[in-house]
Write a protein of this length. Structure first.
Lengths: 921, 529
């Protein structure tokens, strides 16, 4: 009885199973080409048997579950590789973009253009008076500058574009995160009821793969069907039903905290498209932009330095303003010029001026650009004016110590208790006479000066605090810490909160902005107990000092990144040490120009740049082939070739459109720049030098313009090399007294500290024609002064030069193969940006940069090639498990059809059997 | 292992893609002919390739510079060879003028000929190349030499600059291709021979006015002197002469390698105007024969003491002690003759210290007394001196038509004109001598012309050497050019045969891949069900 029913049941079960199997097969076949689809199989089970009369009878088949064939571990591996590949592919794409900017096969290839630039100077040297050669130099210089401008712009645009890509990518990431959260909920709901949400899981997997292709993530399976997505550094992106969207801004990726803050996670993204973009942007594009800037900066400086020492077809008869401006507070400290840190203060500035007579009369004037290293200490006393800035400038050079050459310091003060601060005024002068460290008193304050030589034109400032006490700035640094940027100049400026640095607080913070060749940043001082800051790798401590708003100090780094100042010693250049400003140079220049009768006046423009204006009928030119030029004119941008500081603003100076100003020649400096001591000068610290008649070393004879004179030096004893300045002054005074040439101060005698010798030459504006000193007749004097006992002749130069004079043009073309120390930048994502010093010539530095790009490019291409293969292999493995095979499904189709037919046959048979039973009466 | 449906299609698609990629790359290389098209193709060779391109451009530039320089040097060479030819002609004409049977008309035509030669040399000195004066230093727009007066020139003034014009011929060397005329057409040294080696002067010691002593004569040793050397020598001989007190002097030694020294002065008093003593060496007997015994008072006979080929020792007063010794640099040969004069015990000077200065700026000599002054006045006897015909005066720039008298403090005894030694001065003086029919002067001019000829010859050979250097450099450059180009080609250019073969290969593989893919993707079980 029950047998029939059981059999019908079994048949019914079999039919259902076949129909369901067919449905699953149909589903698989339909999704043959669906991306990321995992094939489903039914898992059949035997239905639970029933016992009839002690016998177990099977009850057929049931479908236990529909299973998804997927290997999650394999999927994860595949996803990782796809993420890496996606990143590398984007890398290759953008590297190709960069390669087209630096196209090596085009005519605009930069190193060829740079080479051609040097060649135009050589053409000019073959025919210095030729207008067409000059025009070519100007045009080609302009073309080169434009090319650099365009390259820089292209790189900037690329950087912007990549920033946008990153932001768009972050938007896409956020969209995916939302969808994953939704799917999490669906899967959780479905699986709670006990079903396996196969298709939703597939969808979710697809989304996670898309997400991984954008940025690297960790996906962790939770129970309940949830999946948690974290980023590489552990911040949650999706947890259960909550998505935590990221923020993309300024080319960086931020994770948003619940408090509304943001955490920069860009450096933790290690693969994926966003990582690819970040890699290229930060390690290639930004690096190349900075490196190109460094190369342009070096090109500008080196060409300008040589060009500013030369002269065009004629002296300059119009006014010329410099193209570089310093920070204008405190008189325009020279170190704040773009190239101010490259001025060599051990050398000088020389100018030639001539009138319009026929033949023209020329005069020369030379400004000693040294920086005095005498230390000035504030001893005590309250100033008359509180909250004022006191300016001290040396107006007459001299030695602090014994000797008749007393220096004179002029001082002024500016009221900084009002805003805007008052102009400098109401000052006075102080003469430093006396032996030993000279005390001088100004407005109630007492200062001490160490023994040493004060150079005319040096200046320094001291601020007074609210109580009137002078508070010179005292900043120290840790000498062992290296700055991240070598061969650079850091300029610090107080933006707000000026005052006593030990009196800062949270309510009254001092904000200081700093700028170097690459970036501008700032820091704030709020805690008087902790005045040590880390600036780009350097450690600075603000010990004491009064700062007013807009006060400036600078730090220059050497080729290792150690911090040095003007004199090359390891310290920081504050304005409370001797230094030069544009104003002090202008004043010193004007004083010497008037004395020499040069008829050229210096002015400081409103923007802080220097301007030279000749009187009507006068013209001027700079340096000559014997003078040692300090680079001041190049740093100020006067008589220079290029203007600008980096690849974005390099340009040929507009005034050179008048191509006669292109300086192919150098003024003829004669045979020497003065009579220089050629024998060893003994150090008086070891054995005092006494000049007296008894020692037969106090007289010598000279002829000037063929007329003989004798000089007798003052009896004195000199005990240190610093005293030699006084001896030089004495020699100068006595020679001028003996001289009969007018103007009365014909001679200039200086003691060159660095070379340890005396130099006898003509003073500014003198009309000396020839000088011969007969050291052979006075051997004692000669050896005391460091000269060989041979007669020595000095012929002052006349400041003329021929039309085919080409030494400056040759000097500029020589720069092509000269090696310079330059910074080479290291940009690694996730680490500080720093530079190292390399020595290369300009073309070579550029070629290195291009090679580095090439290495990155070829590495990326290889990575993509390899990555492709790996992804392919893993995809193949995945498909082995999860992919649908048509043949398999077709066979299954046929087999299910047969089992359906078999099951229907069973029903028919049972039916027939029942019919047979019914038919018996 | 299961092959999923997708696997087949994906794999085929990606393989086809790879082959196509290869094909594309090979095609690019064939089309551009270069192996390295973008930086990442071969980053290591990119830098050398770029470097080579720049080097090639540089080297081409140096070539252009050298071509420009060679023009200058060729101009100089032609001019200077012509100058030499002209000097030879002048010499020939002058020698002809020394012939005894020359007439006044001959002198006049001789003078005209020399004037013509001088003009010709002036034109050569003002040679221009491409509109630039090549002998003006860097002042190439200014004529090198102009006469001080168009109609009656007395000197040629150099107007050019004092720096050479240079071109850059390699990374680190410049070479001067232009010249400064004053170093070429003015000889920097003077040759002292018997025509210009004397200076006569008189001293007026401090105290009363005008108490001049006797005429003092100083003799400059023969040789080649640069201006400062000449100044030093003059200084020394004048000081020595002033100090020398009344001692007889040996003059006019006829052989350069003989040194004649007076050992005992007090035995010698000799009448002036005597003939020179002549000594002849006979190798056979190893003795010396004395001729022209000057007749000393008291009358003595000169004997030679033990003498040989290395030296001869004379005894005048018979006391068998050497009075005068003559030594030689090297043993002399048979028949060697040397002669010399012994002058009267000359009057002594006042022992003044002289200083002679040559001022490079003004190009003038100053003769003066140095140290504590002991003289009131000094008289340089250019005109009235005994040796005014062979004095150094005109070579020092003094006007030798009159004596020069004045205080010895350096204010008066200064050259009247700038010192100039060279072809122009020689020719102008020669014209003067021809006009005056001064045979002594003409003789002097002939030896000057030889000196000038030699000097111009030296400069000419220097021009030749520089030209050579440029030629050598030019050759090196063309070799370098070829070597750079070939290295660049090796690094950069694609091997066309290889690439085209590869192209064919890839094409073939691509076709094969496409054909097999087409077959495979068409097969499906569905066809059979």
């Amino acid at each position: 009885m029950s047998g029939y029913r059981v059999t019908l049941d079994i048949a019914k079960g079999a039919l259902a199973a076949s129909q369901n199997n067919l449905a699953i097969t149909g589903h698989n076949v339909a999704n043959l080409s669906t991306e990321g689809y995992s094939r489903q199989t039914a898992s059949l089970a035997v239905a639970s048997p029933m016992s009839i009369g002690g016998l177990q009878f099977g009850r057929g088949v049931t479908i236990e579950s529909v299973q998804r064939q997927a290997n999650d571990l394999l999927a994860e591996r595949l996803r990782e590789q796809q993420s890496i590949l996606a990143g590398d592919e984007q890398g290759v794409l953008y590297v190709e973009n960069l390669e087209s900017i630096f196209d090596i096969q085009s005519d605009n290839e930069l190193s060829a253009m740079i080479g051609e630039f040097w060649n135009t100077w050589q053409d000019l040297s073959n025919n210095p008076s030729g207008t067409s050669e000059r025009t070519v130099v100007y045009q080609y210089g302009s073309q080169l500058s434009e090319r650099l401008n365009i390259m820089n712009e292209d790189l900037a645009q690329l950087e912007d574009h990549m920033n946008q890509e990153i932001e768009t990518g972050v938007g896409q990431v956020n969209g995916i995160l939302d969808k994953i959260a939704l799917l999490n909920v669906e899967i959780n709901l479905a699986e709670n009821i006990g079903k396996t949400a196969n298709d939703q899981r597939d969808s979710r997997d697809r989304l996670i793969t898309d997400l991984a292709k954008l940025m690297s993530i960790n996906a962790i399976d939770q129970k309940n069907g949830f999946i948690t997505i974290l980023n590489d550094s552990g911040y949650p992106l999706v947890v259960e039903n909550q998505a935590y969207p990221l923020k993309g801004e300024g080319g960086r990726v931020y994770w948003q905290t619940t408090g509304g803050g943001t955490i920069d996670i860009s450096d933790d993204i290690s693969s994926g498209k966003i990582s690819g973009w970040l890699d290229i942007k930060e390690q290639e594009v930004m690096k190349m932009r900075t490196q190109l800037d460094t190369i342009a900066k070096e090109l500008i400086w080196q060409v300008n330095k040589v060009h500013s020492q030369g002269v065009g077809t004629n002296y300059i008869s119009t006014e010329q303003s410099g193209s570089y401006t310093p920070i204008t507070t405190e008189g325009g400290i020279l170190n704040t010029l773009s190239y101010g840190d490259k001025i060599d203060y051990s050398k000088d500035f020389k100018m030639w001026a001539k009138d319009s007579g026929n033949p023209p009369a020329t005069v020369s004037l030379e400004v000693d650009m040294a920086v005095s290293d005498t230390h000035l200490t504030y001893v005590g006393g309250a100033a008359v004016s509180a909250l004022n800035k006191y300016y001290f400038t040396v107006t007459t050079a001299g030695t602090v110590g014994p000797g008749a050459d007393n220096p004179v310091i002029t001082w002024e003060k500016a009221d900084h208790s009002v805003d805007p601060p008052g102009l400098p005024g109401s000052g006075g002068t102080v003469t430093i006479n006396g032996s030993g460290a000279g005390n001088f008193v100004v407005d109630g304050m007492t200062f001490t000066l160490d023994a040493g030589y004060l150079v005319a034109g040096n200046t320094f400032t001291v601020n007074t605090d609210a109580a009137g006490t002078a508070a010179p700035v005292n900043i120290t640094h840790d000498p062992l810490q290296k700055a991240n940027s070598v061969l650079d100049n850091y300029m610090f400026r107080v933006i707000s909160g000026g005052g006593d640095v030990t009196g800062v607080s949270i309510a009254n913070p001092m904000v200081i902005e700093w700028k170097n060749s690459r970036e501008t940043q700032s820091f704030t001082l709020t805690d008087p107990a902790d005045l040590t800051v880390d600036v780009d790798g350097m450690e600075l401590t603000f010990n004491s000092g009064m700062f007013f708003n807009n006060d400036v100090f600078t730090i220059t780094t050497d080729e290792h990144g150690f911090q040095i100042d003007d004199t090359g010693s390891f310290s920081i250049g504050t304005s409370s040490e001797w230094h030069w400003t544009v104003e002090s140079f202008k004043d010193q220049f004007n004083a010497q120009s008037t004395a020499a009768g040069a008829h050229v006046t210096g002015y400081v423009n409103l923007d802080g740049s220097l301007k030279f204006v000749p009187d009507y009928g006068y013209s001027y030119a700079f340096s000559d082939d014997q003078a040692e030029d300090c680079g001041l004119m190049a740093a100020l941008g006067i008589n220079s070739f290029f203007e600008g500081e980096d690849a974005s603003n390099i340009k040929v100076r507009g005034a050179l459109e008048f191509v006669d100003y292109i300086a192919a020649a150098r003024i003829n400096g004669g045979d020497s720049d003065g009579m220089k001591g050629d024998a060893v000068l003994a150090d008086p610290a070891l054995a005092n030098l006494t000049i007296s008649a008894a020692n037969s070393n106090n007289t010598f004879r000279f002829t000037e313009n063929d007329v003989s004179h004798t000089v007798t030096l003052t009896n004195a004893t000199y005990t240190s090399q610093t005293d030699f300045h006084s001896l030089a002054a004495d020699i100068q005074t006595q020679m001028n007294a003996a001289s009969a040439v007018s103007p009365p101060s014909t001679y200039k005698v200086i003691y060159d500290e660095d070379a340890n010798r005396f130099v006898i030459s003509e003073n500014d504006g003198s009309h000396l024609e020839n000088l011969e000193i007969f050291w052979s007749e006075n051997a004692g004097t000669a050896s005391a002064l460091g000269f060989k006992p041979l007669d020595n002749v000095y012929l002052p130069p006349e400041g003329d030069y021929g039309v085919s004079e080409n030494s400056n043009a040759i000097a500029i073309s020589d720069l092509q193969y000269t090696d310079f120390s330059m910074a080479k930048w290291n940009f690694t994502r996730g680490r500080d940006i720093y530079s190292e010093t390399v020595s290369a010539h300009i073309g070579g530095a550029y070629q290195d940069m291009i090679s580095a790009l090439g290495v990155t490019g070829s590495t990326l291409k290889q990575n993509v090639e390899f990555g492709d293969i790996v992804v392919e292999q893993l995809a193949q493995q995945r498909d082995m498990i999860s992919g649908v095979s048509i043949d398999e499904e077709m066979v299954k189709l046929i087999s299910y059809q047969q089992s359906y037919t078999a099951a229907s046959k069973l029903i028919k048979t049972v039916d027939e059997m029942l019919q047979t039973l019914m038919a018996t009466k | 292992m299961r092959i999923a449906f997708n696997t087949l299609y994906n794999l085929s698609a990606s393989r086809l893609n790879r082959v196509k990629q290869d094909l594309l790359e090979t095609n690019t290389r064939v089309a551009t002919g270069k192996k390295v098209n973008v930086v990442s193709d071969d980053p290591v060779t990119v830098a050398p390739i770029l470097n080579l391109k720049t080097s090639i451009a540089s080297v081409t530039q140096y070539s252009a510079n050298i071509a420009s320089g060679q023009q200058w040097l060729e101009g100089a060479e032609t001019a200077l060879s012509n100058v030499k030819a002209q000097i030879t002609e002048a010499k020939t004409t002058s020698i002809a003028m020394l012939n005894g049977i020359i007439t006044t008309e001959d002198y006049v035509s001789g003078k005209d000929a020399i004037e013509g030669i001088r003009d010709h040399i002036l034109n050569l000195a003002n040679t221009q190349v491409n509109g630039r004066y090549i002998f003006s230093g860097t002042k190439t727009n200014i004529r090198s030499f102009v006469p001080d007066d168009e109609d009656n020139p007395t000197r040629m003034l150099y107007q050019g600059g004092d720096e050479e014009f240079k071109i850059k011929m390699s990374e680190s060397s410049d070479v001067g291709v232009g010249y400064c005329g004053d170093t070429v057409f003015q000889t920097p040294y003077v040759v002292i021979d018997e025509t210009n080696n004397m200076i006569d002067f008189r001293e007026d010691p401090a105290g009363g006015p005008g108490e001049y002593g006797a005429e003092l004569t100083a003799q400059i040793p023969f040789g080649k002197y640069y201006p400062h050397e000449l100044a030093t020598t003059l200084e020394n001989i004048m000081t020595a002469r002033s100090a020398a007190t009344g001692q007889p002097e040996i003059m006019n030694v006829s052989q350069n390698d003989a040194t004649v020294v007076v050992n005992k002065y007090d035995t010698l008093t000799v009448p002036t105007g005597a003939l020179p003593i002549q000594l002849t060496y006979a190798a056979a007997s190893n003795t010396w024969a004395v001729a022209n015994d000057p007749g000393y008072t008291p009358p003595i006979t000169v004997q030679t003491l033990t003498s040989d080929s290395g030296g001869v020792y004379l005894d005048f007063d018979g006391d068998l002690n050497t009075d005068v010794s003559v030594t030689f640099d090297a043993p002399v040969a048979d028949g060697y003759v040397v002669s010399f004069d012994i002058t009267a015990a000359a009057a002594g000077g006042n022992g003044a210290q002289y200083s002679v200065n040559y001022n490079e700026g003004t190009k003038k000599y100053t003769i003066m007394e140095q140290g504590a002054p002991i003289l009131d006045n000094l008289e340089l006897m250019w005109e009235s001196g005994t040796h005014s015909g062979t004095s150094i005066g005109s070579d020092l720039g003094f006007d030798v038509s009159a004596d020069l008298t004045g205080p010895a403090n350096g204010s008066t005894h200064v050259s009247d004109e700038e010192v100039e030694w060279g072809i122009f001065r020689t020719l102008m003086e020669l014209e003067g001598y021809l006009a005056d029919k001064d045979t002594e002067g003409i003789n002097r001019s002939i030896s000057r012309l030889s000196v000038d000829f030699d000097y111009i010859g030296t400069v000419l050979s220097e021009v030749g050497i520089k030209g050579n250097r440029l030629d050598v450099r030019e050759n090196i450059i063309s070799d370098l050019n070829i070597s750079y180009e070939s290295t660049k080609m090796k690094l950069e250019d694609a091997d066309m045969i290889q690439e085209i073969t590869r192209l064919n290969q890839k094409e073939f593989s691509y076709n094969a891949a496409m054909s097999s893919t087409a077959k495979v993707i068409q097969m499906s079980l569905l066809d059979y069900i």
